[in-house]
Ligand binder design. Structure first.
Ligand code: 5MM
Length: 338
């Protein structure tokens, strides 16, 4: 398959991406919230339960894994990437080494992980990965994000993407403008515009073939502490406008992060965006919390209750599959939850 075909498969209509690439520290926080011990056995069990769900076949085009997970074997035998491929989804891998304090502006971060990346990519390809992910993080405040943060993160994302394509995999480019703060939706629009512009400027300099990439952006949304709440129509209109203006048309797929929105909000907003999507972009989800929160709660109640964990995951995957086609509604949400 060409990189363009892989990218389209990951974001195919009715499907999206499951972000299950929480690093050990992040999954520790998720497990702490449900009183589950953060040990390898539990991490494997929770994830293989999701990857064995019936929703995988119909609603999941790709799964982003963490380094530990891509090397694991399921308790029934096949490796995790084999299990994912068996359902027709593409296995992927997070390759960044995390957001670290940015020298010169230490309240912001730059994502690290370029050293030795070429060698790691070869190994991940051999383990079955066909796409990768790198996440840059931008904070909004009176003085942030700085030009230094926007430029350094874009440069790293572009060097990453070029190496990934050299290794014959699709890079997911994830510039995440955080929802933290009291800024309004217009501020998020402006910052997202600046961030996307600099990313595509650097991707062009580094000769990345955009037709073999997927963008994983934030939605254009007010800060979590903003008093002026926006409705889904406004979020959808501004998000789509921002993407159409700032993302080159060669990019085949855009898969949003949920970024701390609730499960319902992230389905509803994605649905509104697809209802008015008049672009050529395949627009879908690449959710971590937006897909896993309910399943995680079920896992916390009873780790052995595979049926309830999968039921919760199947429901969210189905709802987001509908949103990727603009066919979700609150009525269907209730009907299928019942
Ligand atoms: C699933 O969480 C991912 C990994 O986070 P860390 O590297 O911080 O452990 C994260 O990159 C995720 O893929 C995106 O942020 C989207 O997840 P959400 O929960 O925002 O949809």
């Amino acid at each position: 398959m060409t990189l363009n075909e892989i990218a389209k498969k990951m974001c195919a209509k009715g499907k999206g991406i499951l972000a299950a690439d929480e690093s050990t520290g992040t999954i520790a926080k998720r497990f702490k919230s449900i009183n589950v011990e953060n040990i390898e056995k539990n991490r494997l069990y929770f994830r293989q339960t999701l990857f064995n769900s019936s929703a995988m076949k119909d609603f999941i085009g790709g799964v982003i894994l963490f380094d530990e997970t891509i090397r694991q074997k399921t308790t029934s035998g096949p490796s995790i990437p084999e299990l994912i491929s068996k359902h027709g989804a593409v296995p992927g891998i997070k390759v960044d080494k995390g957001a670290k304090p940015l020298a010169g502006s230490s309240d912001e971060t730059v994502t690290e992980g370029l050293d030795g990346l070429r060698e790691r990519l070869k190994e991940y390809y051999d383990l079955g990965a066909r796409f990768t992910k790198w996440r840059a993080v931008y904070k909004i405040s009176d003085k942030f994000p700085s030009a230094q943060s926007i430029k350094s993160n874009a440069h790293a994302l572009a060097r990453y993407a070029a190496l990934v394509q050299e290794a014959k995999m699709v890079p997911i480019v994830e510039p995440e403008v955080l929802m933290d703060g009291s800024h309004n939706i217009d501020k998020c629009y402006q910052v997202t515009t600046n961030v996307l512009n600099e990313c595509y400027n650097e991707l062009e300099i580094h000769k990345v073939d955009l037709s073999g990439t997927v963008l994983k952006p934030n939605m254009v949304i007010p800060g979590a502490e903003c008093k002026d709440k926006s409705n889904a129509e406004e979020i959808a209109k501004k998000t789509l406008e921002c993407l159409k203006k700032n993302v080159p048309g060669d990019v085949p797929g855009i898969a949003f992060l949920s970024g701390g929105q609730s499960e319902i909000e992230s389905s509803k907003n994605l649905n509104e965006i697809n209802k008015i999507n008049d672009s050529n972009f395949l627009i879908t989800f690449s959710y971590g919390r937006g897909l896993q929160a309910s399943a995680l709660r079920e896992f916390g109640k009873n780790q052995e209750n595979t049926e309830n964990i999968q039921k919760a995951f199947n429901h969210r995957a189905k709802m987001n599959g509908l949103s990727s086609k603009g066919e979700w509604s609150e009525e269907l949400e209730k009907e299928f939850a019942a």
